[in-house]
Design a binder for this molecule. Structure first.
Ligand SMILES: CC(C)(COP(=O)(O)OP(=O)(O)OC[C@H]1O[C@@H](n2cnc3c(N)ncnc32)[C@H](O)[C@@H]1OP(=O)(O)O)[C@@H](O)C(=O)NCCC(=O)NCCS
Length: 269
């Protein structure tokens, strides 16, 4: 295991660009990840068996000991909250404990950085990933459901600042600081927030705890919009700008409040 270097790009993308039928996002994030200061990008390189010939893949073909065969990233989302992402093992060496070794290295790094909690997300049917997590003490926190059509994923990229401006122009309330305590009680009292273990999606494709202090910071930055139904039922959405990757559309980090309020919120958008 070692830290990834910019020169590893070609080797890593040779096995990490076509996962899931060519829809892998690793080519899009390689540049931001290699230069990121909020975590580490690790690679694994093959080692020869003790006393034997050089390393080989599962079919006995030789492997270059300097060329990575796996990659993974560890990110610090907030103090004590660590996120694992982007784990990919070259199909030529899967099932030979490469991911297991990488995960041990990641966990050591997390412990050394005073992690209180480590989370990751994976598909419900990714058995290898679930087994890998279970092996090192991860427990299922919940199901992350997604609703939508494929065409949405191809959707137009919009400037998040401009979109937020449009939402305000559409009449969505932008709360001020004194209102934030009342709004926090809407979040705290929300059953979905509770069943989601108090987590929200600050940075796209990751989840972390939403504390009152973090919520109030979103209010101060103008990233919370509120709407009411005709009968006055409220709902709010946290639309984080600063956590978003600039290449992604604005996303909803959290929706809280009443169903009627949420419909009003959607209709205003
Ligand atoms: C998931 C992945 C990282 C596992 O890497 P790996 O090096 O093959 O994993 P390991 O050999 O360390 O095995 C880890 C566990 O998965 C199990 N496993 C490995 N391949 C498996 C498979 N195809 N089906 C079911 N279980 C599998 C192993 O038996 C082991 O579990 P155990 O300790 O209970 O026996 C690798 O298959 C991969 O890169 N897949 C595509 C990308 C991906 O799914 N990444 C994770 C997204 S969160």
């Amino acid at each position: 295991m070692r830290l990834a270097r910019p020169s590893d790009r070609e080797a890593v993308l040779s096995f990490a660009a076509n996962t899931w039928g060519g829809r892998d996002y690793i080519p899009d994030v390689w540049d931001p990840w290699i230069g990121a200061s909020d975590g580490i990008l690790l690679v694994a390189t093959p080692v020869p068996p003790a006393g034997g010939p050089g390393p080989t893949d599962s079919d006995g073909r030789p492997l270059d000991p300097d060329r990575p065969v796996a990659v993974t990233r560890v990110a610090v989302l907030a103090e004590g909250e660590i996120w694992f992402e982007g784990l990919r093992v070259d199909p030529r060496v899967r099932g030979r404990s490469v991911a297991t070794h990488l995960q041990v290295a990641e966990l050591r790094w997390a412990v050394a950085h005073r992690a209180r909690v480590v989370r990751y997300a994976t598909a419900p049917d990714n058995e290898a990933s679930h087994r890998l997590g279970a092996r090192h003490g991860f427990a299922l926190a919940g199901a992350w459901r997604r609703y939508g059509g494929d065409e949405e994923e191809q959707g137009e990229r919009v400037d998040p600042e401009r979109l937020l401006e449009r939402l305000r122009e559409a009449g969505l309330g932008l709360p001020d600081e004194p209102a934030s305590r009342r709004l926090w009680s809407l979040v705290e009292g929300d059953a979905t927030f509770h069943s989601g273990r108090g987590l929200y999606e600050y940075r796209p494709w990751s989840v972390q705890a939403l504390t009152q202090a973090r919520f109030e910071a979103h209010v101060r930055r103008g990233e919370v919009v509120v709407a009411h139904s005709a009968t006055g039922a409220p709902a709010l959405a946290v639309l984080p700008l600063s956590g978003g990757r600039p290449d992604l559309a604005l996303h909803v980090g959290l929706l809280a409040g009443t169903g009627e309020g949420a419909v009003a919120l959607m209709e205003s958008i």
